[in-house]
Write a protein that binds this ligand. Structure first.
Ligand code: BG6
Ligand code: MG
Length: 214
């Protein structure tokens, strides 16, 4: 058991809900339209990073005419509209019983729980899947100026639940999120994609394995 931890901060996309597949589909549609090569490997680099930074990563493979900032923000806005049309289809069934039970058990054990997400859609997603009440606080892309790998979103989450960095553990599927946790002085718990990353402190096969440690 990890004795000094009193707050658990969860990434949202790819940890609690599988909206990462919708991010992929929306970016894929944009990339196809623009003739930009885009696959799962490039998509993995977008995990945890902001919408505009994601676009910049995708544009590394773009060979068309120069794009102005206005054109770039129009593209990002269009991607978001496509992404939100997928989010509209989400229901409480999109959160597994395993996720709900794990969060409930952790709360019963006395941990403070927060969401720490780069997404500006986090509030909408939590509402769609009826998960907001499972958390004491939500820190998201609307409340920060620097996205992961900067620790800002997690520092904000820890403050909201009244925990110091060293009392906080972050659960993440993204390398950028593991970096953010470690650079913020927090414990980094990896799941999915992030388990291959050597900065992770704990690696989970499945989310309920959190109960082995906390
Ligand atoms: C993160 C995703 O949670 O949110 C990233 O892992 C995404 O892929 C980022 O770019 C921003 O999301 P949104 O919803 O604000 O476009
Ligand atoms: Mg994620």
């Amino acid at each position: 058991m990890e004795k000094n931890i009193s707050g658990l901060i969860f990434d949202l996309d790819g940890v609690l809900v599988f909206t990462d597949k919708y991010h992929y589909l929306a970016w894929k549609q944009i990339a196809d339209e623009m003739g930009i090569p885009f696959d799962e490997t490039i998509n993995d680099k977008l995990r945890g990073v902001s919408r505009m930074q994601s676009l910049e990563i995708i544009l590394e493979n773009y060979s068309g005419e120069h794009l102005t900032d206005k054109q770039k923000s129009d593209i990002a806005e269009r991607k978001n509209a496509i992404y939100r049309s997928y989010l509209q289809t989400m229901t409480p069934d999109d959160v597994s019983e395993e996720v709900r039970n794990t969060l409930e058990m952790l709360k019963k054990k006395g941990y403070k729980l927060a969401v720490g997400s780069s997404s500006k859609n986090a509030g909408f997603i939590l509402e769609q899947v009826a998960l907001r009440d499972a958390f004491d606080a939500v820190s998201d892309g609307n409340m920060i100026t620097r996205s992961k790998p900067d620790p800002e979103v997690f520092i904000k989450a820890a403050q909201l639940i009244g925990c110091d960095a060293e009392q906080s553990a972050v659960v993440e599927d993204a390398e950028a999120g593991i970096d953010a946790a470690k650079d913020g002085g927090m414990m980094a718990v990896a799941i999915g994609n992030a388990t291959a990353y050597d900065r992770s402190d704990i690696r989970l096969d499945t989310i309920s394995d959190l109960l082995l440690y906390f």
